[in-house]
Design a binder for this molecule. Structure first.
Ligand code: FES
Ligand SMILES: [Fe+2]
Length: 374
């Protein structure tokens, strides 16, 4: 591999080998499936952090998530029957409580059997529904729930008025979670990957200076006027008649929030990149807005331009994976790649704090201004 050694590039030293390895972070809520994909007594199969899950709803519609592996002989529980309370394995009929995973019945046992089936558990994951997703709390791969563990609140999309519209988009990204996430926060690919007359082109590249500040488990691009070179923001200014500001947060393990506010109008979005396997992630995008609910301009931007943006990103990642198959190392160069560095530092600090029990050492001591061209 070739490294440029000019002084200009002296920050382009190869990143630590662990960076980009895609290590998955335990102890967080992850979106497992879209709410509207789980109906009635259906058992829905999905995977989070390489853990196979079976997701369903009990008779009261409350969602549950079990490890999709029968503790008897590893048969996927998702092939079984569900009566609204108990999941029955299709191989030998063992039955498990859908929420706790506790075994309730083993049909092969005789009446005088000494075996205590209630001591057997299928792995189970705390489960909640919010913003159109069923979320699972991934404390560990086994689905061992420690009753003493206080869970953090389920991530919530911020909204700023009682009435708003909401939309969801999703895409698979064939890469490790790290490449998916640093692709989200990378300002330098816009003019090359997302070229469009109404957004960016090479000719529109200009100097940028953005202020960042530390927030718990992440960092914030402080409120600023949106890029002068993007048409959607010009439209927003035109229709609201107010100057808009944008705030962008990244929060571990995988969330990017963006808020655009102009007077009483707002648009709030969240993108998560969730590891499915070591080489596959799912991008989930949800946006809510109250801008001209009777005039579908924002809806149009989100439903037409959103998928196009996401397609451009997933195509670039597909091509990148051809190279990553041969070369895992990467160069993180100067301010344009600084956020990617912070992400890796935050991740390392989180793992360290889990190990030591100490509070997370934040990579940002205070506000910082980054400069790049995009
Ligand atoms: S494998 Fe599930 S009951 Fe035997
Ligand atoms: Fe992108």
């Amino acid at each position: 591999m070739y490294y440029d050694s000019r002084p200009l590039m002296n920050e382009g030293t190869p990143a630590k080998p662990a960076e980009g390895s895609g290590e998955m972070l335990w102890g967080f809520w992850y979106p497992a499936v879209r709410s509207d994909r789980v109906h009635g007594r259906q058992l829905q199969r999905t995977t989070l952090l390489e853990v196979p899950l079976v997701v369903g709803r009990d008779a009261a519609e409350k969602p549950f998530a079990l490890r999709d592996i029968c503790p008897h002989r590893a048969f996927p529980l998702s092939y079984g029957q569900f009566d609204g309370a108990l999941v029955e394995c299709a191989y030998h009929g063992w039955q498990f409580d859908a929420h706790t995973g506790q075994c309730r019945h083993i049909p092969s046992l005789t009446a005088d059997s000494k075996l205590k089936c209630e001591r057997i558990y299928a792995g189970s994951f705390p489960c909640e529904e919010r913003d159109g997703y069923i979320w699972a709390f991934m404390a560990n791969a086994e689905g061992r729930v420690e009753p003493s563990d206080a869970l953090p609140p389920v991530p919530e999309l911020p909204t700023f008025s009682p009435r708003y519209r909401i939309a969801h988009l999703a895409a698979d990204l064939p890469c490790s979670v790290d490449h998916g996430i640093i692709g989200l926060m990378d300002p330098a690919h816009g003019p090359f990957v997302h070229q469009a007359w109404w957004w960016r082109s090479r000719r529109s590249i200009r100097d940028k200076a953005k202020q960042f500040e530390p927030i718990p488990n992440g960092f914030r691009m402080s409120p600023h006027p949106p890029s002068a070179n993007s048409a959607p923001y010009k439209i927003l200014k035109l229709i609201t008649g107010e100057p808009a500001t944008t705030t962008i947060d990244f929060v571990l393990p995988n969330q990017r929030f963006e808020q655009v506010r102009a007077g009483r109008y707002w648009l709030s979005s969240r993108t998560t990149v969730t590891p499915i396997r070591g080489d596959l992630c799912r991008l989930d995008f949800v946006a809510a807005w109250n801008i001209l609910p009777w005039f579908p301009i924002v809806s149009l931007i989100i439903h037409v331009l959103g998928p196009r943006f996401i397609r451009q990103d997933s195509e670039v990642i597909e091509k990148q994976s051809l190279g990553l198959a041969h070369e895992k190392r990467m160069m993180l160069v100067d301010d344009a790649d600084r956020q990617a560095r912070w992400y890796f530092e935050l991740k390392a600090s989180y793992l360290e704090s889990q190990h030591t029990g100490q509070p997370l050492r934040h990579p940002l001591a205070g506000p910082v201004t980054l400069r790049w061209r995009s």
